[in-house]
Design a binder for this molecule. Structure first.
Ligand code: ARG
Length: 470
């Protein structure tokens, strides 16, 4: 029997019932539903709606249901429309008609919004931990690739260098460690976003009734506290219709997906034979059923692909919420599937990416070979700036040198001094020092730059923050 059968003289059409039912996905909130009901029973008792004896019986029944869920002994019935129905139905089987008193003053509208928020509050920490784990992998890589020759001591000695890109064109030499850390920073911001949005998840709708509030003297502040919420919602109409927290979660998930996809795309490129910067461990790559030689970066391609799926979850829910009349509408039942799916996607993906990064092999020779003298053209301009040439003019002169080198078909540092001086008389024998990638990197020592000491400082800060997070 449904929770609402009284008004109906006919049974729901089977297909309509199946369409309406949410049990297939909202049973994930079983634990939260029971916890919410335990707190509600206590609030009803304190408001003198339930006697102490009734409260005790209801509590015992709910505890038994809790244990049944934990031991997987709970069985669902075909006519359990949703998790709220299933719990109330089972409570009736255990304690009899008294179970019918539990729903006094409560609606599934405030109940489901409460369960859903509790579920997120319970699960955000796992996502936070997975983000931490991936950041740790990035920091460890940054650390080992900054000092590949020695551990701990001699930071920056023998540090691996690589071409840095803009527009996917070779731009300036950078430290590989600096690049690893550039993928950590967005994840750190995502973590901060999760923590920040948690404050808005931690608002309790329970006690809003179907929409208009509760006609019993429920102490909602105490109720919120007993469930671990920061505060009760301030407007019952808003409380049963607000799904901002779900949309915010999906936004953060989509943004995490976007960040991972950017890292992933470069891992796909950099593991290709054309780049050859990295080789994935066998344990984190896959083969082809036809071409025996293939070693594919599937985890990263999937990360790139799933970013699209995650964005779809966000846009799907936003489209559902748009233009809904206040207050609760059944459309809102569409909120849970994308949130659960986004959570599952990230939880499945983050540890795999961390593992792939931890185990890959770097090919420093390929990275270094991809650095050519033209990437020091900015340093060449800075050479002129040190000799009192205004930067804009220096940029033009350096550009002319690049053009001359292209015309002669040789790298910048293969031009003779005479050829340099033909473009500008300021050039001297010491100009050739400019083309050393190591010293180009070392010069960028200001806070946040790619010089070894600046990168070391980033690593140490990142490690500090990760420790504090834990
Ligand atoms: N399964 C529903 C949901 O997820 C529970 C709330 C149902 N409320 C109602 N008035 N039918 O939204």
């Amino acid at each position: 029997m449904t929770l609402w059968h009284g008004r109906f003289s006919q049974k729901t059409n089977n297909d309509a019932f199946a369409l309406n039912a949410s049990i297939s996905f909202d049973q994930r909130m079983a634990e939260q539903d029971v916890r919410g009901s335990l707190a509600w029973a206590e609030a009803l008792h304190k408001a003198n709606v339930l006697t102490a004896a009734e409260h005790t019986q209801i509590q015992a029944g709910l505890r038994q249901i809790e244990a049944e869920f934990q031991s997987l002994a709970f069985t669902f019935n075909p006519d359990d429309e949703d998790i709220h129905t299933a719990v109330e139905r089972r409570l009736g089987e255990i304690i009899g008609p008294l179970a019918g008193k539990l729903h006094t003053g409560r609606s599934r509208n405030d109940q489901v919004a409460t369960d859903f928020r509790l579920w997120l509050l319970d699960h955000i920490p796992a996502l936070d931990a997975a983000l931490n784990e991936l950041q740790s992998a990035l920091v460890e890589r940054a650390k080992s690739d900054l000092s590949p020759l020695s551990s701990g001591e001699g930071w920056g000695e023998g540090a691996i260098i690589m071409p840095g890109y803009t527009h996917l064109q070779r731009a300036q030499p950078i430290l590989l460690s600096h690049w690893w850390l550039s993928h950590l920073m967005p994840l750190k911001r995502d973590q901060a976003r999760l923590a920040e949005m948690t404050r808005r998840v931690a608002i309790m709708p329970l006690g809003s009734g179907a929409l208009a509030g509760v006609p019993y003297p429920i102490d909602r502040i105490a109720l919120a506290e007993s469930l671990g919420f920061d505060a009760p919602s301030s407007n019952s109409l808003d409380a049963v219709s607000d799904r901002d927290f779900a949309a915010e979660f999906l936004f953060v998930a989509a943004l995490i997906g976007t960040h991972l996809s950017k890292l992933a795309e470069q891992m796909v490129l950099f593991t290709s034979a054309e780049f050859g910067f990295f080789e994935l461990d066998d344990a984190f790559s896959t083969g082809s059923s036809l071409m025996p030689q293939k070693k594919n970066p599937d985890p990263f391609e999937l990360a790139r692909g799933k970013a699209g799926t995650l964005l779809g979850y966000l846009t799907g829910l936003m489209a559902t919420l748009k233009g809904l009349p206040s207050t609760y509408d059944k459309d809102l039942q569409e909120d849970k599937v994308p949130v659960f799916a986004a959570f599952d996607t990230l939880i499945a993906m983050l540890p795999v990416l961390a593992g792939a990064l931890q185990t890959l092999t770097v090919n420093p020779a390929r990275m270094e070979a991809a650095i050519d003298a033209s990437m020091m053209a900015t340093d060449l301009a800075d050479y002129l700036v040190a000799r009192e040439v205004p930067f804009r003019e220096a940029h033009a002169i350096s550009g002319e040198i690049v053009r001359a080198a292209i015309k002669k078909g040789k790298p910048l540092d293969a031009l003779s001094l005479v050829e340099f001086q033909k473009v500008n008389a300021v050039f001297d024998q010491d100009v050739y020092q400019v083309f050393d990638a190591q010293s180009s990197i070392a010069k960028r020592a200001a806070f946040g730059g790619t010089a070894p000491d600046a990168v070391k400082a980033q690593i140490e800060r990142a490690k500090e923050e990760l420790k504090r997070e834990k």
